[in-house]
Design a protein around this ligand. Structure first.
Ligand code: BJW
Ligand code: ZN
Length: 250
């Protein structure tokens, strides 16, 4: 069960000219991908993701860290986008048809939004399918492929690292610029399935609100973003979003 969607939220969203959506791990949870702060499964149950998703962990043991990412890649391939992902595709299509603006910013590295059909996705924390050579800097995408060695090597002989953003690292400049432009432009902002603990994404709701956007948060539980939200809807994004999109239809 989830709290009902208020009429004034629907009314405000119907009037919006530019919508920006920020998603986090909760949006993929109903597909079967554990959230970042959920316990890990199988062989990796004894590990804390906060200890593996760091430059220090990769420097210490690149083979272990790349094996962990391969485990997660396997999981990503084994699952499908859920009704929350598809509802966001529908929202994008509907706004597009009306000539209105839509930006989807995701902290997720799993590419499920793209697999669902979302067109313009800003990947704030990179992608689990990208590799970057630590030696020559070459970036390559290997969607759907697993490693043949740990860590994989570039043609130059250098060690490759996952193309994701770890704690203490800068976010991709283009993704940041697109995000800030979308926050400045939007008059309606969604924060969906994120714990709002990790900067800079955790501040997006405040930035959007300061720019006079109406803000809504959808999450199983309140987060540090909740006080900044004009509406907080408690529940699963895969249940709430389809109902919300349906209410937009004339
Ligand atoms: C549902 C649901 C359902 C469940 N429906 N909801 C001190 C030292 C060094 C750095 C810092 C520091 N203090 C602050 C910093 C900055 C740091 C930071 O914020 N740290 C905090 C932990 C304090 N940030 C950074 O370092 C960032 N870079 C940066 O700021 O650069 C400038 C800078 C440089 C140097 C120093 C200081 C500043 C980079 C952050 C990179 C984050 N990377 C990760 C890993 C990506 C790769 C990988 O996946 O392996 O990104 S960490 C992890 O957290 C991952 C996620 O994208 C990110 C956010 O998590 P998310 O999506 O919110 O997931 P969860 O699991 O936290 O929450 C899930 C939510 O869903 C929950 O709320 C559930 O209730 C909900 N939910 N099911 C709806 N069905
Ligand atoms: Zn190289």
């Amino acid at each position: 069960m989830f709290s009902s969607i208020p009429d004034d939220l629907i009314h405000s969203l119907c009037k919006a000219k530019a919508v920006t959506v920020l998603t986090g791990a909760g949006v993929s949870a109903e597909s079967g991908i554990p959230t970042f702060r959920d316990a890990m499964d199988g062989l990796w149950a004894q590990y804390d993701p906060m200890d593996l998703a760091t430059p220090e962990a990769f420097a210490r043991d690149p083979a272990e860290v790349t094996r962990w990412y391969d485990h997660r890649r396997q999981k990503c391939m084994a699952v499908r986008p859920n009704s929350g992902h598809y509802a966001l595709v529908e929202l994008e299509r509907s706004l597009d048809e009306q000539g209105l603006s839509f930006t989807l910013i995701t902290q997720n590295v799993d590419r499920l939004h793209q697999r669902a059909g979302s067109q313009a996705v800003v990947e704030l924390h990179g992608s689990i399918w990208d590799w970057i050579c630590t030696c020559c800097g070459e970036k390559k995408e290997e969607f759907g492929m697993l490693c043949t060695e740990y860590p994989p090597r570039c043609t130059c002989g250098g060690v490759c690292r996952p193309g994701v953003v770890w704690f203490g690292e800068m976010l991709p400049v283009v993704a940041l610029e697109l995000s800030f432009a979308a926050l400045e432009k939007c008059d309606f902002f969604f924060s969906i399935g994120t714990s709002s603990l990790v900067q800079p994404a955790s501040e997006f709701i405040q930035i959007a609100g300061r720019n006079r956007a109406k803000t809504v948060e959808i999450n199983l539980e309140p987060t540090p973003a909740t006080p900044w939200a004009d509406w907080y809807i408690a529940g699963r994004s895969g249940e709430i979003l389809p109902g919300l999109i349906e209410r937009l239809s004339p």
